[in-house]
Ligand binder design. Structure first.
Ligand SMILES: N[C@@H](CCC(=O)N[C@@H](CS)C(=O)NCC(=O)O)C(=O)O
Length: 203
């Protein structure tokens, strides 16, 4: 059986996996879910991923792997997208954990609320200013790191860059001003210039 990606085309988390698969030139089947219609919350999908979220990679043996950054790590093992060396690999993990804790919950969540026209709740109103501030802080941390080096970890482009690129390059859709971060913008251009790069909505 071929790899099968359970996915949504607007999702940056899904895009991480689509981009790496494209750059690895690995064929796969893709199944689209309408997350606004809660298609990942059906009993059938929950049997595949009890956490009810895409991306979800169905492996050749029929088992399922969830969490975008775990999927990146699995696919990149043994390829140039995951560097050798204890320190370089730990640096990749450092930036992927940073992405999931300090970046994605702020930048991706605000983008989702806006682009999916999620009806406002009092909790969203309360948390929006903090999410904007924490998202901006994450972009500033990235800008500082990228002032010193072209990519996030190891000696070149890696899955740390893919993980952080996915929601950074569309941060403007959530109202974040990328004009404030020149080193981030230069890095976005370097990532988009990588061989076999695809845009977020391209399969
Ligand atoms: N930490 C997870 C987050 C996955 C996630 O939030 N997926 C969203 C789309 S980006 C989703 O499936 N939402 C549908 C839902 O929660 O019902 C990852 O990195 O894969």
């Amino acid at each position: 059986m071929m790899l099968r990606l359970h996915d949504n085309l607007t999702s940056g988390n899904g895009f991480k996996v689509r981009l790496l698969l494209a750059q690895l030139a690995r064929p796969y089947q893709r199944i689209e879910y309408d997350i606004d219609r809660r298609e990942t919350r059906t009993p059938e999908f929950l049997a595949k991923n009890p956490n009810g979220r895409i991306p979800l990679l169905e492996l050749e043996d029929g088992s399922f792997l969830a969490e975008s950054n775990a999927i990146l790590w699995y696919l990149a093992e043994g390829t140039p997208f995951l560097p050798d060396g204890r320190r370089a690999r730990a640096d990749v993990l450092q930036w992927m954990f940073f992405e999931q804790y300090s970046h994605e919950p702020n930048i991706a969540t605000v983008r989702f609320w806006i682009t999916h026209a999620v009806p406002t709740t009092p909790l969203m109103d309360l948390s929006l200013p903090a999410k904007r501030a924490q998202g901006a802080a994450a972009l500033a941390v990235m800008d500082g790191h990228l002032a010193q080096r072209p990519f996030f970890a190891g000696d070149g482009y890696s899955i740390a860059d893919i993980a952080l690129y996915a929601y950074t390059h569309v941060a403007g859709e959530g109202g974040f001003d990328l004009g404030l971060y020149p080193h981030v913008r230069a890095w976005l251009a370097r990532v988009a210039a990588q061989p076999r790069y695809i845009p977020i909505t391209q399969v």
